[in-house]
Design a protein. Structure first.
Length: 93
């Protein structure tokens, strides 16, 4: 957001029913900036998956591994046990 636009927004803020318009505007501006950064990061991540796919890797499996690596070991073990159980029940093993 340009400085001029920020000044225009700041000039319009007011304290209403105990809510500081200026303080709220600061939070909103920070969130908007972070949302923009998040969008850029998401695009960068997509680009890395595309690059990996171009080098013969399966992006879907890579995403699954990334999710698994975030998990607590106990939760991961429990999930894998349940998956095996369900696969057995469906005759998939």
């Amino acid at each position: 957001m340009s400085r001029q636009l920020e000044k225009t927004h700041a000039a319009k803020t007011a304290d209403v029913a105990g809510v500081s318009g200026e303080h709220l505007e600061q939070y909103i501006t920070r969130i908007e900036r972070m949302e923009e950064e998040k969008s850029e990061l998401m695009q960068d991540i997509r680009d890395v998956y595309l690059e990996a796919k171009g080098n013969g890797f399966d992006a879907r499996v890579m995403r699954q591994i990334v999710r698994m690596r975030k998990m607590d070991k106990h939760d991961l073990d429990e999930q894998e046990t349940m998956l095996d159980l369900y696969k057995q029940a469906l005759g998939m093993q």
